[in-house]
Design a protein around this ligand. Structure first.
Ligand code: ZN
Length: 49
């Protein structure tokens, strides 16, 4: 099942699978928010697309 993460800033991150989604979301969090989020935190934020 495809999942998306909606960031607090309004950006929606999509990935083809969990690994892809986590990598993209971690990059967004670091680049834009200077935050290090764990895989567990990010998957907790993920919702079905
Ligand atoms: Zn964001």
């Amino acid at each position: 099942m495809e999942k998306v993460i909606k960031c607090d800033c309004g950006v929606i991150i999509q990935g083809g699978n969990d690994d892809d989604l986590v990598v993209k979301a971690q990059k967004h969090a670091q680049d834009v928010h200077h935050l290090d989020l764990s895989r567990d935190q990010l998957l907790d934020m993920a919702r079905p697309a």
